[in-house]
Design a protein around this ligand. Structure first.
Ligand code: GAL
Length: 433
């Protein structure tokens, strides 16, 4: 781990010396970060012991082994006041030594994340980094952190800031670039801006990820609302920069097993960061098994395709309809190993879900496909032209990986499948009808 980190730091250090701040930020975080964030389970009730215990659970439960290799603090780690020289100070009782904390996290095999704010104060009222950007970035570096989540509370008055929102966030990007130049340390930088000011248009110029919506809550209604927001902006995501749908609430609140599976699937396949927000001391084996679905994690971490899945049909609603209760239901995208399909049943009763293969732009006409179910982990035969998932549970999901499996049988009628039928034409110009 240390060797790897030194190597990455060295490479990025060399890279950064000759490039702009934007390029530095783009030089890290090719794939979505996976790990833990302490906010949703513990809010301000955090301390060093709890964080280290969580890291132990991550190791013990095999979460580190499947890729969850960050442990990130959120708000409330600081003292309310800075030092006489303006340094931010960690809470002397709850976080007596940040260096000790990051040393121990690194020794366990994790990267360590910290949190600050682009305004005067964090959302819980601790010191923000506005006008202290470089000083704080140096402090976080000297404490051994690798990741920084940067929030949007306590925005300074216009006649002080004299910046747009991109400028406000770029102040920290510039500070991190200075730190990289001085020390060779590069942070993964994550914007928390709640989808204000079309962050998906500019977030990629400066960060690994950007929150697209309000704070998630552990209820189905919150999930569908976030999925609905994501459905319209999937193009923003790629390697090095991505929509952040907020933390994983697997095992929290009133989410059922089927709802939790839908939650994990959607977050993983839109290539969002996968940050667990559950108390691991009480999580059930059933919920843990959702977080550890390696076939779905492999799509989130695809080194070849960084793009998100996108809806090819909204389903209950006409295409492109904004509906926070019934978002788009039929999604697909490319992956290293085939075309992935996600079907979400937003109804409160089971439903059969049908699609023509060529509704997905990633599918080749005239080819048949082998079908793998990434939740049952079974091969489910061959799909020719269409597929129907029978009895998808209420609020449940089906994830399929389709691989080319030779030409479809000869002589199938009609000669063109799906939407192509309306333009289906023989070489001599005869229209099929
Ligand atoms: C919110 C943010 C949450 C959490 C919280 C801490 O703005 O969306 O994810 O970081 O602040 O106070």
């Amino acid at each position: 781990m240390t060797v790897l980190k030194t190597f990455i730091t060295a490479v990025v250090g060399i890279f950064s010396a000759a490039t702009s701040a934007n390029a530095i930020m783009n030089g890290v975080g090719k794939l979505p970060v996976m790990g833990y964030n302490a906010w949703n389970a513990f809010a301000c009730n955090v301390n060093e012991t709890l964080i280290l215990q969580t890291a132990q659970y991550m190791k013990e439960y095999g979460l580190l082994d499947v890729g969850y290799n960050h442990v990130n603090l959120d708000d409330c780690w600081a003292m309310k006041n800075r030092s006489a020289t303006g340094e931010v100070i960690s809470d002397t009782i709850r976080f007596p030594s940040m260096n000790n904390l990051t040393d121990q996290l690194h020794a366990l095999g994790f990267y360590a994340g910290i949190y600050s704010d682009s305004g005067w104060f964090t959302c819980a009222g601790y010191p923000g980094s506005f006008m202290h950007e470089e000083q704080d970035a140096m402090t976080f570096q000297s404490w051994g952190f690798d990741f920084l989540k940067y929030d949007n509370c306590a925005i300074p008055f216009d006649d002080i800031i004299r910046e747009g929102i991109t400028g406000k966030y770029h102040r920290m990007v510039d500070a991190l670039a200075v730190v990289a130049e001085k020390t060779g340390t590069t942070f993964v930088f994550s914007l928390c801006e709640w989808g204000w000011n079309q962050v998906w248009l500019w977030g990629a110029h400066m960060s690994h990820s950007w929150r697209i919506d309000d704070d998630i809550a552990p209820h189905w209604k919150s999930l569908t609302s976030i999925i609905n927001s994501a459905s319209f902006i999937t193009q923003a995501t790629n390697h090095y920069g991505r929509n952040d749908l907020d933390m994983l609430e697997i095992g929290n609140g009133d989410l059922s097993y089927d709802e939790a599976k839908s939650h994990f699937t959607a977050w993983a396949l839109v290539k969002a960061p996968l940050l667990i927000g559950t108390n691991l001391a009480t999580i059930s084996q059933e919920m843990l098994s959702i977080l550890k679905n390696q076939e779905i994690i492999a799509i989130n971490q695809d080194p070849v395709h960084g793009t998100s899945i996108s809806p090819f049909r909204w389903g209950i609603n006409p295409d492109w309809t904004y509906n926070a209760t019934h978002p788009a239901q039929y999604w697909s995208g490319p992956s290293e190993n085939g075309t992935v399909f996600m079907l979400i049943n937003t109804l409160s009763q089971p439903a059969d879900m049908f699609f023509n293969l060529t509704e997905s732009p990633w599918i080749r006409a005239g080819i048949q496909y082998s079908v793998r179910d990434l939740w049952t982990h079974t091969d489910n035969g061959t799909a020719v032209r269409s597929f129907t998932a029978m009895s998808v549970p209420a609020h449940g999901v089906v994830v399929l990986l389709l691989k080319e499996d030779g030409n479809e049988p000869a002589g199938l009628m009609p000669p063109c499948a799906g939407e192509a039928l309306s333009q289906c034409t023989a070489e001599d110009g005869t229209r099929y009808s």
